[in-house]
Design a protein around this ligand. Structure first.
Ligand SMILES: *Cc1c(COP(=O)(O)O)cnc(C)c1O
Length: 374
């Protein structure tokens, strides 16, 4: 008789060494947590205005500039509240009159909703495409900011970042799940913003933004324009504090430490190219397994748009939710799909911290569960 999924016990060889496959919060490397524990007495619970913490912020800002190979004049800003707070801050401090949004999933749609609701902005131009694809941006002379999403975490679609031909406005990129795992050309973007609980294997609650000189100019000009901006969401205030390796109010020191550790781990091994290559290898393995499978297929039709950091795999004839439950019962966590997408699928975080061997074991574990039960 087939086994009930939650009661299926995987043989030891089919349990990954680390079972965290979430799309954010995602796996945090044990070595980083170990170094945090070692540093605890001189760091955790100490003043964020002193060099102990400010030196970590400096390592983060300089490390990210090096990792992204930012051109001269680009600056790394940071503040509290994660990407969601950054969207509000961008509505106040980066968009002058009207933005264009590529809307192709939960997260990209949310930012479009924020600018639509902002009473001081005109209604945005929203370009949509069916879930599992992404639309293309086009220059519009009435628009002063283009909102792109490097990796739409809810659907597992990634896109190449290019400045729309002939566009004069700023290119603002939500890179929350992409930054640190996907390649990009910083000259094609003005603001590359993210939170560190995804590809950077840290905690949430912080936002970071690599800003071009044009973006810095926009931030300073809008702050001086008389438009009211709440201080905690003011990018001009964040700019001033970031230049001093500080935040306006108290940040989570754990988040900063783990982020600095991951950035340096990537730099020591060869930088963004090395980190992205790890994600490429994991994605090739997982999508290859799905294409060869009798019950699984990649959700995203075009191979070039299939995310190398958050892979979505549709199931047919097999209940993906039951598979996720059986995986969870064996310590393999967070393979459930994005809840609002409502598809019979698994979503697997393939961030740089995830080991290729563990992805291989995961595919064998899924096959074992499906065999044991169907
Ligand atoms: C996770 C995520 C967000 C939300 O990030 P928070 O830090 O939780 O606000 C926004 N955009 C994308 C693409 C994401 O993956």
């Amino acid at each position: 008789m087939p086994a009930d999924p939650p009661t299926i016990r995987l043989p030891p060889g089919l349990v990954p060494a680390d079972g965290r496959f979430g799309s954010g919060p995602s796996k945090i490397r044990d070595e980083a947590v170990g170094r945090l524990a070692d540093a605890a007495h001189g760091y955790l619970g100490t003043s964020h205005r002193r060099d102990g913490v400010r030196s970590v912020v400096r390592r983060v800002r300089q490390g990210l500039a090096e990792l992204f190979v930012l051109p001269d004049g680009y600056e790394v800003l940071l503040g509290n509240g994660g990407t969601s707070a950054f969207w509000d801050a961008a509505a106040f401090g980066l968009i002058e009159h009207r933005s264009q949004h590529l809307s192709f999933g939960e997260f990209s749609a949310r930012f479009a909703g924020i600018t639509r609701d902002a009473p001081f902005l005109e209604d945005p131009e929203v370009i949509e495409s069916p879930l599992g694809t992404h639309p293309a941006a086009h220059a519009n002379p009435e628009v002063d900011a283009y909102a792109l999403t490097h990796n739409e975490t809810s659907t597992g679609v990634m896109m190449d970042l290019v400045r729309p031909d002939g566009a004069a406005g700023l290119v603002l990129v939500d890179a929350t799940s992409a930054a640190g795992g996907l390649r990009f050309d910083p000259r094609a973007v003005d603001v590359y913003y993210f939170a560190p609980q995804k590809a950077f294997g840290s905690e949430g609650g912080l936002w970071l933004a690599a800003c071009s000189p044009a973006a810095v100019e926009r931030i300073e000009r809008l702050a001086a324009s008389g438009r009211w901006q709440p201080a905690s969401l003011s990018l001009a205030v964040a700019l001033e504090n970031s230049r001093l390796d500080q935040t306006l109010n108290t940040p989570a020191l754990t988040t900063l430490f783990l982020l600095a550790d991951t950035v340096e781990w990537m730099l020591e091994h060869g930088g963004l190219e090395w980190a992205a290559t790890r994600c490429d290898a994991s994605a090739e393995l997982l999508y290859g397994w799905a294409e060869a499978s009798t019950f699984a297929t990649p959700f995203v039709a075009k191979p070039a748009e299939r995310s190398h950091v958050t892979a979505t795999i549709d199931f047919e004839g097999v209940d993906a939710a039951a598979v996720a439950t059986a995986l969870r019962a064996n310590g393999i966590l967070d393979t459930e799909p994005y809840r609002k997408l409502g598809r019979n699928q698994l979503r697997v975080g393939l961030f740089p911290a995830v080991e290729l061997d563990d992805v291989a074991v995961l595919t064998r574990a899924i096959d074992y569960i499906v065999d044991a039960w169907t």
